[in-house]
Design a protein around this ligand. Structure first.
Ligand SMILES: Nc1ncnc2c1ncn2[C@@H]1O[C@H](COP(=O)(O)OP(=O)(O)OP(=O)(O)O)[C@@H](O)[C@H]1O
Ligand SMILES: [Mg+2]
Length: 370
């Protein structure tokens, strides 16, 4: 990503519906060419923020800047800026007309010459893998195909900003991958700035240069995928991004950048080691992703700094994976393949060893209010 001043920026943005405040003082700048993923639970305000950025809605307070200009609340200039963006809604809306007409409509409205329109539509249909579909009625298409028509309709206008609301939420994994590839290509080849709302964490990780976590109308953390998924800054973000182990404790020693954290109910005898500069005396949460926990029937010697005797308290099956809850003197959750769970004969009451590396532990300062 090229460093540049933001192409689109919101400042102190708040929005209410009735007396319910949905967005609460957001500041966010998106650089030209950046792919930004907005993640957050249902009702957090993602769609509302996209609608405001697309200038479909006027915020209750705050400002929007586009390409350095403050966007006025009404008038021609606002409309001109809107035309530089395109919004793909969660459920692709296609008209009861041919695929060609669906894709060409924006160019028709712009009054482009017919031969140019035909060439552009042909080219974009090929890009999205819908050559040969030109004369099909768009209403007869599958969900994935309709989503590609919606994408083609936006891309053909060569918007500077593409806003996408859950672009693959209703699609099977194969169709979703196809759409993700198209988006990734569009971002690279056309330098299109993209802002997408997504529930899909892996999509956020794969496509986005930067991720913003929206919780209850506040942008609580922005950063690259590594920052968000490995180094959440609050227990709320940690929970949301699937860090299931958030273990309260106190740093009792720090030896050349390896902290020992005393954990467990009585804080006696159980120490977790973490690579961290956190000084002794600091109250912390130790965050460990469940997939970073290894389970073994015996204690093997390894370079991993943390190995604990554990008693399985519960096993739940999640498709090919098994989520294993354990008591190690503190509660620990591990995620292993179902095959491993079967081979290890994991069931409640079973004793084993749980191991994770000191580098897999992220420490978060525990403030008194948390
Ligand atoms: N036009 C509206 N009038 C009143 N309330 C609204 C309106 N639009 C959205 N809301 C409310 O604002 C909140 C945020 O909605 P929004 O659609 O932005 O959430 P979201 O993060 O996109 O959720 P999801 O992940 O389910 O799509 C919700 O509580 C919703 O009910
Ligand atoms: Mg939404």
């Amino acid at each position: 990503m090229r460093p540049s001043s933001p192409l689109i920026e919101v400042a102190r943005l708040s929005h209410s519906y009735g007396d319910k405040e949905i967005l609460k003082g957001l500041d966010l700048g998106i650089a030209r060419g950046e792919v930004f993923a907005l993640i957050g639970p249902t009702g957090a305000g993602k769609t509302t923020l996209l609608r405001i950025m697309d200038l479909l809605e006027i915020p209750s307070s705050g400002e929007i800047y586009f390409d350095g200009q403050r966007v006025p609340r009404s008038g021609k200039q606002r409309l001109a800026i809107r035309r530089r963006m395109s919004f793909i809604h969660q459920k692709p809306q296609v008209f009861n007309a041919s695929v060609y007409d669906n894709v060409a409509c924006g160019l028709n409205w712009r009054g482009e010459a017919r031969n140019k329109i035909v060439a552009k539509v042909d080219c974009i249909l090929e890009t999205v893998g819908l050559e040969g579909y030109k004369n099909r009625n768009a209403r007869t298409l599958s969900g994935g195909e309709a989503q590609r028509v919606a994408l083609a309709r936006s891309l053909v206008l060569q918007p500077e900003v593409l806003l996408l609301d859950e672009p693959t939420a209703n699609l099977d994994p194969v169709s979703a991958t196809k759409i993700e590839e198209l988006l990734s290509t569009a971002a690279r080849q056309r330098n299109t700035t993209m802002i997408m709302a997504t529930h899909d964490m892996s999509q956020g990780q794969q496509l986005a240069d930067r991720i913003g976590v929206l919780l209850d109308g506040r942008l609580v953390q922005t950063g690259n995928a590594g920052d968000i998924f490995r180094s959440p800054q609050s227990t709320e973000v940690a929970h949301f991004v699937g860090v299931e182990n958030i273990i309260g404790g106190i740093v009792i020693a720090n030896d050349e950048g390896v902290a020992t954290i005393s954990v467990g109910d009585d804080h006696h005898g159980i120490g977790i080691q973490a690579v961290s500069g956190c000084p002794a005396g600091q109250q912390v949460y130790a965050c460990i992703r469940p997939e970073d926990v290894t389970l073994t029937p015996m204690l093997y010697q390894s370079s991993a700094r943390n190995s604990f005797q554990a008693r399985v308290t519960r096993v739940t099956y999640l498709g090919p994976l098994s989520r294993v809850e354990m008591d190690c003197g503190f509660r620990l959750i591990g995620l292993v393949t179902r095959i491993s769970a079967e081979e290890l004969n994991l069931q409640a009451g079973h004793e084993l060893y749980a191991t994770f590396k000191a580098t897999a532990v992220h420490l978060m300062e525990r403030k008194s209010r948390q």
